[in-house]
Ligand binder design. Structure first.
Ligand code: SF4
Length: 361
């Protein structure tokens, strides 16, 4: 058996579902925070094999989705500058801003390149010293350390035509906003394995201790997610609220101090706007003064924008778990992956894109 097959084995999955059915009595609303979990759940029909009184709702764990319209507008404004090359991950160029997308700007002549890592963007700057390269820094604690390391490398090697527009976010403040929301009533969190690899489990302890909401850190295979559901259900049935790690093969309780150190050297916490949540204190990462030369917001004047959400799109409610994609009148009619109206339909990890792929009627 291949290593990964263990986590996809149908007999193990059936056994686990039977165990969950045997112990589960209470209604339980569990949020899978991460878009990768949403995809695993959809692809493997996990919602359908669980007892009906266990509901899985999707959360804000897709970085493209939570990037607000005003951030896209700022990226568009940068792309419109004559001497600037924008380097970005692919998904972001399709996210609608107030007036346009980066993709449309590229069609109109803006120099926008798709890269697969921040290092690619730095190489682009090193290869073409005549252009200013701005990398669109997006992602949670999983991505931010790599971007920080690239900024540090740019400084060490004296690259002068490279900057980052930091749209990075950190996940714990969003989770706090969710547990503090009385409307939602989340009974447990399936926490993201990869983010926890960096931050460790300490940030979840407040959620478990102060709000009595259990948290289980899960891997990304179907058996991982089901095991996490089983652990959460067990805690809920016993009236407990602890932080547990299902994804022991990837996560240590302390996370990765080295990765956090480079992140803390290059970035500092800042208040940040999230799509659907608004301004969350200390939920973003801006470039610190020591690396100011690589901060696109200080290097370039970016005109203030009046952000405008796409009409009819309910991405904000979806990201907070208040509504599901089929509740949106535009879902699978006007809004499809090939013509997304909102951010949640753009990224393959967006909740609407995942529902379109796996639950379309
Ligand atoms: S279906 Fe489209 S328009 Fe509706 S919430 Fe999702 S992304 Fe927004």
């Amino acid at each position: 058996m291949e290593y990964i097959d263990r986590y996809r084995d149908p007999e193990s999955i059936e056994r686990l579902v039977a165990q969950i059915r045997a112990i589960s009595r209470k209604q339980a609303k569990l949020m899978e925070v991460c878009g990768t979990h949403t995809v695993t759940i959809g692809r493997n029909g996990i919602r359908e094999i669980l007892p009906r009184h266990i509901s899985l709702i999707s959360g804000p764990g897709c970085p493209v989705c939570v990037t607000p319209v005003e951030a896209i507008d700022r990226a568009v404004a940068l792309a419109q500058k004559q001497d600037v090359t924008i380097a970005t991950f692919g998904d972001l160029i399709r996210v609608p801003g107030s007036e346009t997308t980066l993709l449309r700007q590229r069609g109109e002549g803006a120099d926008i390149r798709i890269v697969y890592s921040a290092y690619d963007a730095l190489h682009l700057a090193q290869e073409d010293g005549g252009r200013q390269v701005v990398f669109l820094g997006i992602g949670f604690e999983t991505t931010a350390p790599t971007v920080a390391a690239v900024i540090r490398r740019a400084k060490e090697t004296g690259v002068r035509n490279f900057a980052v527009l930091s749209m990075h976010k950190v996940l714990p403040p969003a989770l706090m906003a969710l547990v503090e929301s009385p409307q939602l009533g989340i009974d447990g969190f399936i926490c993201p394995g990869h983010v926890t690899t960096i931050i460790g489990i300490e940030p979840y302890e407040t959620i478990a201790d102060d709000f009595h909401v259990p948290c289980v850190v899960a891997g990304f295979e179907p058996l991982d997610v089901l095991e996490a559901v089983g652990l959460l259900v067990r805690q809920i049935e016993m009236g407990e609220a602890r932080v547990e790690i299902q994804y022991r093969r990837g996560v240590s309780p302390d996370g990765n101090p080295k990765a956090r150190a480079v992140m803390e050297e290059v970035f500092e916490p800042c208040d940040s706007v999230w799509r659907g949540f608004g301004l969350l204190p200390k939920s973003g990462l801006r470039i610190s003064d020591s690396y100011a030369d690589f901060d696109a917001t200080r290097k370039y004047e970016i005109a203030p924008v009046n952000p405008r959400e796409p009409e009819g799109c309910i991405c904000g409610d979806i990201l907070r778990g208040l509504r599901q994609p089929p509740d949106c009148p535009l879902f699978q009619t006007t809004c499809r992956p090939d013509s997304p109206v909102g951010a949640c339909m753009v990224s393959s990890e967006g909740t609407c894109a995942a529902y379109y792929k796996y639950y379309r009627r």
